[in-house]
Design a binder for this molecule. Structure first.
Ligand code: IVH
Length: 702
């Protein structure tokens, strides 16, 4: 290929890929399969490697990340990033509307003139606005407002020049923020190149956020491997944007809605129209924004979203109300802190007060202690609440919560309600401050708390019952040793009967020992023993995940296994060697070293080895790994003749592919055996996903 041909091809591929990105991440309407997309991207990356002179800084290849930012540059905003003043109830909103009208010299009807026989409402949530009262304030001079969702993430300012993303800056202190351009490029809904008729230079602001399902999935994985959980999607989003490695940011699957455009030469004289224009340039603009005539329609919008917000796949913490017309905005101007033409309405979390009956302390699989409040049952947000999290010792001390107190319980974005305060007017005499426990409620070991950590934990990891059972539960789980004949209840029975005290004991179990257990039939006992026997063939990488080294998740275990090839090598690896492995940072390296420094762990590993578990990569794995299935996602369904499903799964991973349990638009192929489920078949057909049989699959690898 000549350089000119390459240049043309690179431009064509980039344009095509950006369009597909837009279809997928902005319109939510993909027009090619992930497989085809990845092929195009691969082609682009290969060409850019061969002809680096044509690699542009906004190529779609930059979205995968990889660049490291050691220190984010602090840059001054061209236009200060102001915040909004807040409103919390009907009164505040009517005041805002009155101020706007007064500011514009319009004939306002003040809220005090509104005929309203009922008591003043203090919160939208406490009681709906009264239509009768609101009808009275309909006047001829209604202001046109735009109502938007108030996305709960971190605000970002994007600068475009000649249709190219030049810079992405965080809010910072409003005057100066951090240049996070490299990280912003990994957010697929942020266009790197614009379409249509855009101004030569402009700035557009919006909110970077983490969708709920992404947040839940990351936390689930963290919980599995004993990592600290992320508090909420907002913190997760802002934490992610500040990560130094943009490849890690790319994995956080952040998203971004835009809601404010600034600059000379904007096509329209109103906010709403310009946002529509921005949509045609390629930005992700919320479909839920609404043009409202007058404050009454604003209030209807707020009432609607107060209930509906829980159905959104991302968090919002209120509604933003903006005067639509730019002339009016200009006339109103700004205060030192915020525009006079806009206001935020903050949703109120539902709150109730109830009695705290007792505090119990739960011990998790990783030994973390969670204090839980038992409450006098009370209705809140459509469910009866009996328990609430008290988080940790500091929070109990800060709130000075005591048993017998009446506490305020709130249900925010979190599923588990939380205690946010004590009703001191109802405090009974002679109550004592809560003394946090000093010893484990399960095994009586003295609790520890690490420097800088919020939670206490029980260090007796190999003997404390919930920790031991939790470890075994993890060991037998599907992604680990996959012994499905050995469920959680059976493990508890085995533990209580004194038959197993650690994962190695499982392999000493005899059928005669388990038969006497309650509800244990001959067949289940056989299955259990067979399941254990079969698990001896489970690959090294999964064994490494199963033994439960803190912070070593499924992906990390795979990376380590691939690199070290055997447990012996891992045990003798230095910290530097560990740190050189992809995905392994300081915390994981220390955790691995600590694990193998513990004699009890060493004994368990030795026994597992003697039992015949795989502690090194198989010959096949060592020799035949490849990237042939890189970036492909397979769903395996049905029964196969040549190899087992498990074997196919491993082959897919061995060759760089991914396995998934359910068919979606992300699926590249369905590897279909006999008797594939009719539902799966229908879904694959409706999404146009290709089915292949085992011969075709094996062919792909040759
Ligand atoms: S407009 C000058 N619109 O809320 C007006 N802000 O306290 C600029 N936010 O810092 C802001 N959704 O991070 C605007 N639809 C929306 C918003 C929104 C969320 C955030 C933004 C801002 C804060 C205001």
């Amino acid at each position: 290929m000549t350089p000119t041909e390459a240049q043309h091809k690179i431009i064509a591929l980039s344009t095509e890929l950006e369009q597909h990105n837009y279809n997928y991440y902005v319109l939510d309407h993909p027009t090619i399969s992930d497989y085809e997309f990845d092929k195009l991207l691969e082609e682009l990356i290969a060409l850019e490697k061969q002809f680096p002179e044509f690699l542009s800084e906004n190529s779609p290849s930059q979205r995968v990340g990889g660049q490291i930012t050691k220190n984010f540059q602090s840059v001054k905003h061209q236009y200060a990033m102001l915040s909004l003043s807040n409103s919390y109830n009907q009164e505040d909103l009517l005041d805002f509307d009155r101020r706007v009208k007064e500011g514009l010299g319009l004939d306002a009807v003040s809220s005090s003139e509104v005929k309203n026989d009922s008591k003043p409402q203090t919160s939208l949530f406490d009681a709906p606005f009264l239509d009768s009262a609101r009808n009275d304030i309909k006047t001829k001079n209604e202001i046109e407002y735009v109502c938007e969702l108030k996305f709960d993430g971190l605000s970002i300012s994007l600068i475009y020049e000649d249709g190219q993303l030049k810079q992405a800056i965080t809010r910072g202190d409003g005057v100066q923020g951090d240049d996070v351009t490299t990280n912003a490029k990994t957010i697929k809904s942020i266009p790197l190149k614009l379409k249509g008729h855009y101004p030569a230079k402009f700035e557009i602001r919006g909110e970077v956020f983490m969708p709920r399902p992404v947040f839940d999935a990351i936390n689930k994985e963290r919980e599995e491997i004993g990592d600290a959980l992320m508090a909420n999607p907002r913190n997760a989003a802002s934490g992610s944007m500040k990560m130094q490695d943009s490849a890690q940011v790319a994995k956080r699957k952040l998203d971004c809605f835009l809601y404010y455009v600034l600059g000379d030469g904007l096509p329209h004289q109103s906010h709403f129209d310009n946002m529509h224009a921005a949509k045609t340039w390629g930005f992700k603009i919320s479909e839920d924004a609404k043009l409202c005539s007058g404050i009454n329609e604003v209030i209807d919008f707020i009432n609607y979203w107060d209930k509906k917000r829980f159905d959104l796949p991302y968090d919002i913490d209120g509604i933003v109300i903006k005067v639509n017309n730019y002339n009016q905005q200009q006339n109103l101007g700004f205060t030192a802190k915020s525009p006079r033409w806009a206001i935020a309405y903050k949703f109120k979390a539902e709150q109730v007060s109830t009695e705290l009956l007792s505090i119990v302390y739960q011990v998790g699989r990783t030994g973390a202690i969670t204090p839980v409040a038992n409450l006098q049952p009370v209705a809140l947000g459509g469910t009866t609440v009996k328990r609430a999290s008290l988080h940790n010792a500091d929070i109990i001390e800060k709130l000075d919560v005591r048993v017998g107190d009446f506490v305020f319980v709130e249900k925010g974005g979190e599923i588990i309600p939380k205690i946010i305060g004590v009703d001191l007017t109802k405090r009974k005499p002679n109550t004592e401050p809560t003394q946090y426990i000093t010893h484990c409620p399960e095994c009586n070991t003295e609790l520890k708390r690490d420097e800088g950590e919020a939670n206490h934990y029980c260090p007796n990891e190999n003997e404390c019952p919930p920790q031991v059972i939790g470890k075994m539960d993890h060991f037998v789980s599907r992604k680990a040793m996959n012994i499905d004949s050995l469920g959680g209840e059976t493990l508890v029975q085995l533990y209580n009967a004194g038959l197993v005290k650690n994962i190695a004991d499982l392999y000493d179990l005899k059928k005669e020992q388990i038969l006497p257990l309650e509800r244990m039939a001959e067949k289940s006992a056989n299955n259990l023993i067979e399941g254990l026997e079969a698990s001896k063939q489970v690959s090294f990488e999964r064994v490494l995940y199963a033994i439960g080294i803190r912070h070593v998740g499924e992906t990390t275990a795979k990376k380590i296994a691939k690199k070290v090839k055997s447990l012996d090598v891992l045990i003798h690896s230095t910290k530097e060697e560990l740190l050189a492995i992809d995905e392994v940072g300081e915390i994981i390296a220390i955790s691995i070293a600590d694990f193998f420094a513990n004699q009890k762990n060493k004994d368990i590993i030795l026994r597992l080895k003697q039992a015949g578990l795989q502690f090194e990569l198989s010959e096949e794995q060592q020799q035949s790994g490849s990237d042939k299935l890189k970036d492909l996602t397979f769903v395996i369904s049905g029964v196969f003749a040549k190899h087992s499903r498990e074997h196919y799964k491993e082959m897919i991973e061995l060759h760089g592919g991914k396995n998934s349990g359910s068919i979606s638009k992300k699926t590249s192929f369905v590897l279909a055996g006999d008797n594939m489920g009719p539902e799966k078949l229908k879904k694959a057909e409706s999404l146009g996903i290709k089915l292949i049989n085992e011969d075709e699959f094996l062919e792909m690898l040759n």
